[in-house]
Design a protein around this ligand. Structure first.
Ligand code: G3P
Ligand code: MG
Length: 347
C-alpha cells in the first residue's frame, strides 16, 4: 500500500530548518511551564531539529537560566541554547570599564556582567549603601553584598539588564547620572551644558508588557524606559540635550542576527562541520512568539544571508485580537500547535 502523509515516515534533512522559542507566554506563564511545552520540545529532539530559546527576559547567567529552565520544563536545555535580553551585551565588555548595571534580583546582574567581562560593575544598591539619602523612599538597610562607591567614580555606560525591583531607586539614580557632569557620581552638569549626554544608556528589553502568571499582561522593562525617559525630558536642564538611549533585545535586527549565528554555530558543532558547507543549512527559522511587537515584528524583519525567518503567533500570551500591523505567517493556540504547524509545513 502507498504511504499517506499520515503514515509516511518523517525525515527532515539535518539542519535545514530550526526553531526559536520565546519563553514568557509561549513556554511559560510565570514560573509554570505551559502544559504542552515539554511535548513540543520532545518532538523536535526526536526529529533532530535544532532550537534555541530567544527571550527578552533575563537577570541570571545563561548557565543558571538553563538549569532553572531544564528543571521547570523537565527537559534538558543547554546554556548555548539561550539568548536572553542581555546576552549580546557581552560584545560591549571591552568598550567600557566602569558601568552601572540595573535590574534583577539582588546582585545577580552584577555577577552576569562580570561573567561577560566587565571590570567595574556597580548596581543601584551600591549607591544606596554608600548614601541612603539618594533614595528617600527606599526602605530597609542596604543589602550586605552592596559595595562602596568611591567619590569621583565615573560611570561610562548604563545597562538595564532586567526590570528593576525598586523602580524609585533605579529611576532616581539613572536620572542623577544622566544629569551629572559626564557621568561622575554626585555631580550635576553645569547649567549651560549643551550637546548630547555622554553616558550611553542601553535598555536590553523594550517590551511594554509581558505575559506572567497574572491573566492581564504586566508592565515590563519597556514601561520602565518610558517612565524614565519622560521624567528626564521634563527637567529644564535636559532641554535640547540628547540622551543616547539604545534599545536591544527583540525585535532588534542585531538580536535576531545573534540568534541566527548561535543556531548556525550549534548546528555546525553538532554536524562536525568546519564551514557551513551544506548549501541549505538553516534555510528557515520558525520564531514562535506571543508578542507581535517583539517576536513577530522582529522575525518578520530578520531574514538575511539565505535564512528566512517565519513568525508564528500563539494565543497563550500577551496577544489579543484584533491583529495589529505585525502580522505573523500563522496564528495557533499554543507552542505544540506551532511546532506541528511548522513540521507539517516542512514535510
Ligand atoms: O521580562 C520578560 C519579558 O519582557 C519577555 O520575555 O520570553 O516573552 O521574550 P519573553
Ligand atoms: Mg513572550
Amino acid at each position: 500500500t502507498l504511504a499517506t502523509n499520515a503514515t509516511r515516515p518523517k525525515f527532515f534533512k539535518p539542519g535545514r530548518f530550526a526553531f526559536a522559542f520565546d519563553i514568557d507566554g509561549v513556554l511559560f506563564r510565570g514560573p509554570k511551564a505551559h502544559p504542552s511545552a515539554k511535548q513540543a520540545l520532545t518532538k523536535l529532539q526526536e526529529n533532530n531539529i535544532p532550537f534555541i530559546l530567544l527571550t527578552n527576559g533575563g537577570g541570571k547567567s545563561e548557565a543558571v537560566r538553563s538549569e532553572d529552565l531544564s528543571a521547570r520544563l523537565d527537559f534538558p536545555i543547554e546554556p548555548t541554547q539561550i539568548v536572553q535580553s542581555h546576552t549580546p551585551v557581552k560584545a560591549f565588555a571591552s568598550n567600557y570599564e566602569t558601568v552601572l548595571v540595573v535590574g534583577g534580583e539582588g546582585e545577580n546582574c552584577r555577577k552576569v556582567a562580570e561573567e561577560y567581562g566587565f571590570k567595574n560593575v556597580f548596581i543601584p544598591d551600591d549607591f544606596y549603601a554608600t548614601d541612603p539619602g539618594i533614595s528617600p523612599f527606599t526602605s530597609g538597610p542596604p543589602p550586605e553584598y552592596a559595595r562602596h562607591v568611591p567619590a569621583g567614580t565615573k560611570i561610562e555606560a548604563i545597562f538595564v539588564f532586567n526590570d528593576p525591583r525598586d523602580w524609585a531607586l533605579s529611576t532616581q539614580l539613572m536620572v542623577d547620572l544622566l544629569r551629572s557632569d559626564n557621568g561622575v557620581y554626585g555631580t550635576l552638569a553645569p547649567p549651560d551644558s549643551k550637546g548630547p549626554v555622554t553616558v550611553p544608556t542601553f535598555f536590553t528589553n523594550g517590551d511594554r508588557v509581558w505575559a506572567s502568571q497574572h491573566h492581564i499582561p504586566r508592565l515590563g522593562q519597556g514601561a520602565f524606559k518610558m517612565a524614565l525617559t519622560s521624567i528626564l525630558k521634563s527637567f529644564p536642564d535636559m532641554a535640547g540635550r540628547n540622551v543616547p538611549v539604545q534599545v536591544m533585545g527583540k525585535p532588534t535586527f542585531d538580536t535576531f542576527r545573534y540568534a541566527q549565528l548561535l543556531l548556525k554555530r550549534n548546528l555546525m558543532a553538532k554536524l562536525k562541520l568546519e564551514r557551513p558547507a551544506l548549501p541549505n543549512l538553516l534555510e528557515r527559522v520558525y520564531m514562535i512568539g506571543d508578542n507581535p511587537e517583539s517576536d513577530i515584528h522582529g522575525a518578520n524583519s530578520a531574514s538575511h544571508n539565505r535564512t528566512t525567518w517565519w513568525s508564528l503567533l500563539v494565543r497563550s500570551g500577551v496577544w489579543r485580537e484584533p491583529m495589529n500591523s505585525r502580522a505573523p505567517i500563522a496564528i495557533v493556540d499554543d507552542v505544540l500547535a506551532a511546532v506541528d504547524w511548522a513540521m507539517e509545513n516542512e514535510r
